[in-house]
Write a protein that binds this ligand. Structure first.
Ligand SMILES: [Zn+2]
Ligand SMILES: [Zn+2]
Length: 254
């Protein structure tokens, strides 16, 4: 199974795209601005979208994806998310004010948008890969994801800080091939990071103390203003794990 990194920045501008991954050809994990780089036929092939939480950097392209592919699709695009995330989408996004309610377009029986509530610990198997929601703690309800190809698993933590249940779940995964984890801020913004429930290199180091498995740690969600500084501070960490930045455009096989 292949995971293609469409976006892994904490912001926009120039080549920066926000969080989105293409799993195989038909599944998106988050739908940030990286989705906008897919060509039309790639967009039309998206059948499933898993959302870690309702923040815009993780779903900015979902409304326009649905609008773009509407006339080409015979079956709906299914959005998998926590019930609380789905409630936000219904109330604040697909509400006819900010964007049309695609769950009833082109008509209520054949809406192009379908919601599939996911709870922590529940998994969905699609195209030979099992996607399981992992516990997370952020400023709003959030989950991470375990992606299990059968040969091994990748974990994407989403946006989370200080969640022991997340680490318990990660440490129970038998063939962990990599951990994608955010470090949005540099250490001088540690106050802002704490308020936003994001990591900085110092808190990344303490979070990684909880990781019992030897695996590659891939850093995502760097804020562009301080990305160089944040990476330098991460390189200076005394960690027993192999840590490197996740690269936009790279494909991870697992
Ligand atoms: Zn967030
Ligand atoms: Zn985010």
């Amino acid at each position: 199974m292949e995971l293609r990194v469409l976006g892994c920045s904490g912001g926009i501008g120039g080549a920066n795209r926000t969080t989105s991954f293409l799993l195989g050809q038909h599944i998106l994990i988050d739908a940030g601005t990286g989705v906008g780089d897919l060509n039309f036929s790639e967009l039309c092939a998206i059948d499933h979208v898993f959302l870690s939480h309702a923040h815009l950097d993780h779903l900015a392209c979902l409304p326009m994806l649905l609008d773009t592919v509407l006339s080409t699709r015979k079956k709906p695009v299914t959005v998998y998310a926590l019930p609380a995330t789905i409630a936000v989408l219904r109330q604040h996004l697909f509400n006819w004010h900010l964007w049309p309610d695609f769950s009833v377009i082109p008509d209520p029986e054949r809406g192009i948008l379908r919601y599939h509530p996911l709870d922590e610990g529940s998994g969905v198997t699609l195209d030979g890969v099992c996607v399981t929601a992992l516990p997370a703690l952020h400023t709003i309800p959030a989950i991470g994801f375990q992606l299990d190809s059968g040969d091994g698993s990748l974990v994407y933590s989403g946006d989370t800080v200080g969640c022991p249940e997340f680490w318990q779940a990660v440490n129970a995964i038998p063939c962990l091939r990599g951990l994608i984890i955010e470090t949005a801020f540099a250490n001088h913004e540690s106050g802002l990071a704490a308020m936003a429930r994001h990591l900085c290199p110092a808190t990344l180091a303490s979070e990684l103390q909880n990781l019992a498995t030897e695996t590659e740690v891939l850093i995502t969600h760097l804020k562009p203003a301080d990305s160089g500084r944040t990476l330098r501070e991460i390189r200076e960490l005394d960690s027993r794990h192999s840590i490197r930045p996740l690269l936009q455009g790279e494909t991870i096989e697992f």
